[in-house]
Design a protein around this ligand. Sequence first.
Ligand code: ADP
Length: 309
Amino acid sequence: MEKIRVFCPASVANVSCGFDVLGFCLKEVGDEIIIRKSKQKGVKIISVEGHRLPSDPRKNVAGIAINSFLNKYPSNFGFEIEIIKRIKPGSGIGSSAASSAGAVFGVNKILGDPATKDDLIKFAMEGEKFVSGKAIPDNVSPLIYGGFTLTRSIDPIDVIKLPIPNELVAVIIHPQIEIKTLHSREVLKENVPMELAIKQSANLAGMVSGLYKNDYDLISKCLVDEIVEPHRSSLIPEFYKLKDVANKAGALGCGISGSGPSVFALTKGNEIAKRVADEMKKVFKNHDIGIQCYISKINPNGIKIIPSK
Ligand code: ADP
């Protein structure tokens, strides 16, 4: 294979009770990456379309992740990549993860699939570490495994792919401000009171059970974040108003997507999703901050190969 084009979906991490461990990927929103073999060894980013990002492979997460891949699986040729960026960087819906994971997925395919899924997560995490200061896999795991994932451990990598209830739909509201993951980590507390840790682990266990049992009421009860949301919500314009209108419009729950500023709501079915999206959009009517809104089913496949144009 000389060339590959891949779709790299947006994703929601830190799903309420699942800070740093629970994530899912979207169907409707994503970047594309085109990767070509080249005679010259190493990685060259030949273009980035859509948003301003570094073309130096040591500063772009796609280059960092591929170099990490090539350290374990060296190749006697190199790679040229084109990034078509549709997920705004710093949006909280996994813009950097789409590039890190998409890049290593594509290179692995060109080389005949030598790496395992868990290897790919590890290489992509190097890109995430560069931008957020910490190697966290909760956005890259659902991109590599597809669907909803629980990252139980990062050393060694242990990812559990969870079932997706059929009618589960995500609504994303992205207020057009940028929050860097690095900055939103700084507002977190070092220690967690025992009482909150117990509530959070009970909700996480309930959430996983709810996904397995197709139990929307249980999912709804468990979409609660006792630990991170109280601190990060102040970074997100109108957060509690968004949550209030989403819940009143029938959402199962609503929380901060990744490290924000995007906010997600989960719903049972498309009709409720549309209503929730309309109510959330109204919060920003006549506001000086613009928004983007997406409604998407959960993407069971993650990153996928698409036909080259
Ligand atoms: P997000 O959750 O949207 O990925 P992050 O703060 O984790 O937000 O990452 C965005 C940062 O990563 C920006 O500073 C951006 O310049 C940097 N970055 C480097 N390479 C890329 C890339 N290929 N795609 C997206 N962001 C990148």
